[in-house]
Design a protein around this ligand. Structure first.
Ligand code: FMN
Length: 202
């Protein structure tokens, strides 16, 4: 059974919801899936003023635990077309893992949320991919076999690089059924590939 970590940062809950769907998908493929988040860097009074969702059930991850998983799926809201500082700061503490090649050959995957439809989802996903490649991870995206990403009858996230959602300028839009289904597909796909790699000792 593959061990999958869905590792996320979410200020307003959109990325958190996609993280849950990814874990559901991974569990559906027989994996053991944990959902954890990274530490907040914004002061509590600023968070309160900005209406942040502070009640998130996921425990905080320790950067040193990443080598315990067969796959790590990394999600961050898009900030100026790249990942949030909270997520980058977490990975900036993984130099020791990098130095001993601890994540080489494990599966890495990415997901994100933007306010606007064309607000930089792919650049964020690929920035996460770059980071995962530096660790020697094997990238898994969201194949077009997940047909929901071709939909044109409604506004939808989802790209071959990973699951996404569109939150709206005030965070008023929640992940749609289609976006959650795409995230479940990605979670299943990651778990299946991680299980195959683990079975071959990869
Ligand atoms: C500093 C900052 C920069 C942002 N940059 C972008 C951006 O480049 N493109 C975009 O569409 N949304 C941008 N947003 C909106 C966030 O992506 C949005 O709040 C997030 O996707 C919601 O996800 P969450 O609920 O998981 O926090 C930005 C938000 C902040 C606070």
């Amino acid at each position: 059974m593959a061990k999958v970590l869905v590792l996320y940062y979410s200020m307003y809950g959109h990325v958190e919801r996609i993280a849950q769907a990814l874990a559901e998908g991974a569990r559906g493929a027989g994996a053991e899936a944990a959902i954890k988040r990274v530490a907040e860097l914004v002061p509590p009074e600023v968070l309160a003023k900005s209406g942040a969702k502070t009640d998130q059930a996921a425990p905080f991850a320790d950067p040193q635990e990443l080598d315990q998983y067969d796959a790590v799926i990394v999600g961050s809201p898009t900030r100026y077309g790249r990942m949030a500082a909270q997520m980058a700061q977490f990975w900036d503490q993984t130099g020791g893992l990098w130095a001993r090649n601890a994540l080489v050959g494990k599966v890495g995957s990415a997901f994100t949320s933007t306010a606007s439809q064309h607000g930089g989802q792919e650049t964020t996903l690929m920035a996460i991919h770059t980071m995962l490649l530096h660790h020697g991870m094997v990238l898994v995206g969201l194949p077009y076999a997940a047909k929901g990403q071709m939909r044109l009858d409604e506004i939808t996230g989802g790209s071959p690089y990973g699951a996404t959602t569109i939150a709206g300028g005030k965070g008023e839009r929640q992940p749609s059924g289609n976006e959650l289904e795409l995230a479940r597909f990605q979670g299943r796909h990651v778990a299946e590939i991680a299980a195959k790699l683990a079975a071959t000792g990869g």
